[in-house]
Design a protein around this ligand. Structure first.
Ligand SMILES: Cc1cc2nc3c(=O)[nH]c(=O)nc-3n(C[C@H](O)[C@H](O)[C@H](O)COP(=O)(O)O)c2cc1C
Length: 186
């Protein structure tokens, strides 16, 4: 079965990302078309990139890199849950992406972003980086507003209409993750 990792893109204390990722997981798990798992960057305790050799060379020195690589390698596709920080996505997520290479390549991804304007600037930046890693990002996206989908910007209460968008995006991620299998096998 296709495996999709739901990557929690914020590591800060009190983050909204955890509840957003849980919402994604709860709805995704009802679809029955893939195995969905929340992948929490924070649990891997990654520092800023501290590998001497660029990830594309596939030589991972540190145990934290190897643990992160082993987890990411188990997935066929991803949903990245990202807030917007200063018009981009969090540095912790960028570093988490930079740590690895082959484990990301020829997989699919969809985005769930949030911020004052739905986190769309963060999402667009993230799409650029995913392209470089040969992660195929689908067009479907969920953009959550800090004003209308969160109470006091901290309590997650998503408007009902986001569920259809999430469902459509997940369908795209699963089908592209399956379609890219031959490339991963090669
Ligand atoms: C360092 C920082 C910078 C931020 N910059 C923006 C921004 O440029 N645009 C925006 O819409 N929200 C911005 N915000 C608000 C965040 O999107 C909001 O706090 C969100 O809940 C952060 O995600 P998290 O709680 O999962 O860490 C910023 C928040 C932080 C902490």
């Amino acid at each position: 079965m296709i495996r999709i990792g739901i990557v929690v893109g914020s590591t800060r204390p009190g983050r909204n990302a955890e509840n957003v990722a849980r919402w994604v997981h709860d709805l995704a798990a009802k679809r029955g078309d893939a195995e969905y798992e929340v992948v929490d960057l924070r649990e891997f305790g990654l520092p800023h990139l501290d590998e001497a050799v660029p990830a594309a060379m596939g030589v991972y020195e540190h145990p934290h890199t190897r643990a992160w690589a082993a987890k990411v390698a188990t997935f066929d596709g991803f949903v990245f849950v990202t807030p917007e920080y200063n018009s981009s996505f969090p540095g912790a997520l960028k570093s988490g992406l930079d740590f690895l290479h082959a484990e990301w390549t020829d997989k699919a991804a969809g985005l769930v972003s949030y911020g004052v304007d739905g986190g769309v600037r963060a999402a667009e930046h993230l799409r650029q980086v995913l392209g470089r890693l040969k992660i195929a990002d689908v067009s479907g996206q969920v953009s959550l507003s800090l004003f209308t989908d969160f109470e006091d910007m901290t309590v997650f209460r998503p408007a009902a209409h986001h569920e259809d968008k999430l469902d459509a995006m997940l369908g795209q991620v699963v089908s592209w993750s399956a379609a890219l299998r031959p490339l991963r096998a090669a």
